[in-house]
Design a protein around this ligand. Structure first.
Ligand SMILES: [Zn+2]
Length: 100
């Protein structure tokens, strides 16, 4: 009889352990949801180079036609421009500068 009670307690302890883990994971995904909400609201934008989220009011930007890309750092902006050029693309402003 005691064997079953101990087994039940052990099972319960395991269950608690896993449900705590699950709760922690839920909290983490809530953080992500908050980030996604900000992105959806346009408060945060994704750095197209490194994938980090940056404030939509950030000042490190590159205008590509109608799209304005925002970057977390000048390193990312320069890397992005290099990548565009490597792909045979230049940005409108640069093309203009080259022509002038
Ligand atoms: Zn970046």
């Amino acid at each position: 009889m005691w064997k079953w009670i101990i087994l039940a307690l052990a099972a319960y302890a395991l269950y608690r352990l896993f449900s705590n883990d699950w709760k922690k994971k839920q909290e983490k995904s809530n953080d992500k949801t908050e980030m996604e909400r900000k992105v959806a609201a346009g408060e945060m934008v994704k750095d197209p180079e490194c994938g980090a989220f940056v404030d939509a009011a950030g000042t490190i930007t590159v205008r590509d036609g109608d799209v304005v890309h925002r970057f977390c750092s000048y390193d990312c902006r320069d890397a992005f421009l290099k990548r565009l050029e490597a792909g045979g693309r230049t940005l409108p402003e640069r093309t203009k500068n080259d022509a002038a």
